[in-house]
Design a protein around this ligand. Sequence first.
Ligand code: SAH
Length: 222
Amino acid sequence: MTQKNLAQAQTLMIEQQLQARGIADIRVLEAMGRIPRHLFVPSEDVDTAYDDTPLPIGHNQTISQPYIVAYMTEALELSPHNQAKVLEIGTGSGYQAAILSCLAAQVYTVERLNPLAEGAQAVFRQLGLNNIEVKVGDGSYGWLEHAPYDAIITTAASPDVPPPLLDQLAEGGTLIAPIGLRSLQQLVRLRRHGDNISKEHLIHVVFVPFLGEHGWHIEEYL
Ligand code: SAH
């Protein structure tokens, strides 16, 4: 595909997959228009980068479907004027972090697989996204050094929300995570009000497993 065709596919993605299904936050739509998704997929999949589907990114992992990326970003309800400090667990391709970086002051993202973390960092550099910091490790511990976070998003599925992530959520902060079985989960949105946490159930989703101390244990999963 030529650059022009890719740009057209990106515009159609925004209209047909996002706006048509109710994504209305202008900041989210602008971010999805600004970040070239085709840079985050393997070179053999560039032609399908804007399709309505997740795609493999190697190491048994996937880049989420565009609609799910937009939906989760919108559901975080990040403060206006891009002031939020956001934590993402599960960097993967880096696409979700790149979208978040357009709506946040700073994005911290944790990935357990080093090659994916390195690949994502290379694309961030290529795009000049300098408000994203990547760490390799078990994200089920969060990233204590920069806590508390105004928003936390996990893009891998766990049986419950890892307790350290809740501990690292700021007052009034929002956490979105796919919670449930290995084969099917529900996005939950938690909000901190002092020591109380409110919980809402959103749409059903399917994510790859969150493998870690406070997620699925690798030996249970294999
Ligand atoms: N947000 C990604 C989608 C990632 S798929 C994107 O936009 O492309 C989920 C990712 O979570 C995978 O890369 C997987 O390796 C990672 N992951 C799974 N368990 C993890 C853990 N405990 N800590 C950090 N990353 C984890």
